[in-house]
Design a protein around this ligand. Sequence first.
Ligand SMILES: *Cc1c(COP(=O)(O)O)cnc(C)c1O
Length: 428
Amino acid sequence: MRKTSPPTAPAISSPITRAAFDEVMVPNYAPAAFIPVRGQGSRVWDQAGREYVDFAGGIAVNSVGHAHPQVVKALTEQANRLWHVANVLTNEPAIAFARALIEKTFAERVFFANSGAEANEAALKLARKWASDHFPAAGAEHGETDKFEIVACLNSFHGRTLFTVSVGGQAKYTQGFAPLPAGISHVPYNDIAALCAAVSDKTCCVIVEPIQGEGGVTPATREYLRAARALCDQHKALLIFDEVQCGSGRTGQLFAYMKYGVTPDILTTAKGIGGGFPLGVMLTTTAIAASFAVGAHGSTYGGNPLACAVGLAVLNIISAPETLKNVDARHRQIVAGLNELKRKYQVFTEVRGDGLLIGAELAEKWKGRGKDMVKMAEKHGLMLLIAGPDVMRIAPSLLITQDDVEQGLKRLDATVAELLAAETSAAA
Ligand SMILES: *Cc1c(COP(=O)(O)O)cnc(C)c1O
């Protein structure tokens, strides 16, 4: 029903509270009870001035922590110069950032978007277009091809646009949104035989997360990614690595493909590459990029000077050897801490992941209670994540200090201890 009476909403000057969120927002999120207002490094403060250790990193986004001076400088300098021109013009930050990405990776060409989903949307469309260009169906007049099939993994996550939820391997994200794009099949992750059976000459691309993030922090095996590469070569299909979450320094190498020693044809990254500024990146080769001729794809904001100035500043920090060394050192520290909690409280069954993308599988009696743990952690001044209902996830800044990790682990210990105490008193 349309509103006919004068607006009764509180004046803009009324306090901004968590309760107000439920009055003004579409109800697709259920944010925490506190509202953060300020961040510095890996610490965050809420409206009441309470301080938190940030083990969540804005879901693997705040790769250089909050308010990093070099990034603030890059952003404010650009903000004082030029915000936006759209792609009828180009701009200096976009070219400089693309050049830096090419220097540091397999890529020869770059496409900029504003999010991970958009980077994947571009990658998937490029694969279809590439197949249409190089393998047209007999008598094709409008780009028809039989080589349109996309092979993706069960439990994968590739974003929330209709195409990317359809390619993603989690049915809960497509329910209610049918009809879905066609020509997509899903195979169990890390199952080479299933992949062999699924990939054929009709396949235009295989898309894989080198580490499944949302799906529960599960790394691919090296054999699996090698097999995917070989199958794509054999059937002339493109291999897409979705490194939206696991790329951009998170594994302790600039991109996960470097660690695995398997090079994709197209790589997408987002999250950490913008450090908190909306930014998505698709990397590929000159030959494949040729299928995105003038007019084939686009984005009003993609390659925006503000985003690219930030991206370049972030890239310079996350590709520095000291940063990547810190990722390895903090990985060891966090994994040791989690294994200690596992031993002390039997709360986890497995600690896994790579670099600063770490998951801890909840023990049987804790299954489905990841959200309770996140909530209890807030009470103890710790921001945590889950990856599905049964896996606790930690994805902090790549620059998080030894002290911050130590403090965070202490707070996690207190969190688990209180959850257990509540359990025991409830049982008594
Ligand atoms: C988060 C994520 C996406 C989607 O990124 P958005 O920026 O939310 O659109 C895609 N793929 C992976 C692997 C992700 O973790």
